[in-house]
Design a protein. Structure first.
Length: 119
């Protein structure tokens, strides 16, 4: 399984990628939307984990760009603010998007990744 993690907190996202890798999930990470799009265009992913509040292009805007290029890619949004509006902004009528609140519990994340993949 290929997972792309996108969060502007480089320390957090790199640790999260390592923790997923230790559990057998191939996780790559980037710290901005532009790099995320480069990766999305170059490689197939099963799931993308997007932090909602990022400078520049935020996670919701990034998800819209991703869906233009890879409409079937499952998205998990992460918000550190817990604002319901963050989650509502990211809502997708196709049902391709899911949500978690920060701090992300690794076991909950793995459960959510499996859920979105239908496992």
């Amino acid at each position: 399984m290929q997972v792309l993690l996108v969060d502007d907190d480089q320390e957090l996202v790199s640790v999260l990628a390592d923790r997923l890798s230790f559990r057998g999930i191939d996780a790559e990470w980037v710290s901005n939307a532009e790099d995320a799009l480069k990766n999305i265009y170059a490689k197939e992913y099963d799931v993308a984990l997007l932090y909602v509040k990022m400078p520049g292009m935020n996670g919701v805007e990034l998800a819209q760009e991703i869906h233009n290029h890879r409409p079937g890619l499952k998205i998990i949004f992460v918000t550190g603010h817990g604002f319901r509006t963050d989650l509502e902004e990211g809502a997708d009528q196709s049902g391709n998007n899911f949500f978690l609140a920060r701090p992300v519990d690794i076991n909950e994340l793995i459960k959510k990744i499996k859920e979105v993949r239908g496992q």
